[in-house]
Design a protein around this ligand. Structure first.
Ligand SMILES: [Zn+2]
Ligand SMILES: [Zn+2]
Length: 237
């Protein structure tokens, strides 16, 4: 399966990652990617970027050496109302919002509250993707989420880094994936790179996709036209 974009990448600005955008671009070009998204952690993670960074990313970084760069964030859900950790004025301008639960911003509150918070975030913001739902720490009722995913064209992420770490939870995640796929939800394969050489590294994610029986048609970042339709990408991607 050929993937043309990687939409979950951290730079040194995230505080837990080690590359610059230039270094990331070099690797992405070598791996023949056509577009990427820079998605630092939201400011709730202590070492991550201030919201000024996100404003500046939007203004200054759009393309490098022919590679299209989308300004994004891996935003943290921080309360039961699904609030994300950036001001609305910035979230409205970012081109790609991923949401996730992390231990620094969300203590597992049980499946009912986790689901309610995620649902609220999806309904409140222009979220495009839910990150690493394969993580066993934050269970949710996927059946309650699926209608929102379909209605708003939101994808579930197949996260290379997290799937590598959480091999014991593949079976549970396969169950979630199949429930979604059977209703027509689409998926995005991402590296979640924290080091430049990890950009475009999809091996474990593709192994999982194969294990779960996903086909090329289920995965958005296999074709330009799917990507364009998915998040109204700039047409030159
Ligand atoms: Zn994450
Ligand atoms: Zn991440």
């Amino acid at each position: 399966m050929n993937l043309i974009g990687d939409f979950h990448i951290h730079t040194i600005a995230s505080g837990d990652a080690f590359g610059t955008i230039r270094e990331i671009v070099n690797v992405a070009k070598k791996k023949k990617l056509k577009c990427i998204s820079i998605t630092e952690h939201g400011p709730k993670m202590e070492a991550s970027a201030h919201y000024y960074y996100f404003e500046s990313l939007i203004d200054n970084v759009k393309e490098d050496s022919g590679l299209i760069i989308y300004s994004g964030v891996e935003a943290n859900i921080i309360d039961d109302k699904g609030t994300l950790d950036l001001p609305d004025s910035i979230l409205e301008k970012l081109e790609f919002i991923i949401v996730s639960f992390h231990d620094f911003s969300w203590e597992d509150k049980g499946i009912i509250k986790n689901t309610k918070a995620l649902k609220s975030a999806l309904l409140k913001y222009n979220v495009k993707c839910i990150a690493h739902l394969n993580h066993p720490l934050y269970p949710i009722h996927i059946q309650e989420i699926i209608p929102i995913l379909i209605d708003r064209n939101i994808t579930i992420e197949i996260n290379n880094k997290s799937l590598k770490k959480e091999k014991n939870n593949w079976l549970n995640f396969k169950d979630i994936i199949l429930k979604c796929r059977n209703k027509g939800v689409k998926f995005l394969v991402n590296s979640d790179a924290h080091y430049p050489l990890q950009v475009g590294e999809f091996r474990t994610a593709l192994e999982f996709a194969n294990y779960a029986g996903l086909k090329e048609d289920d995965i958005i970042n296999t074709h330009f036209d799917r990507l364009i339709e998915y998040f109204n990408l700039r047409k030159n991607c």
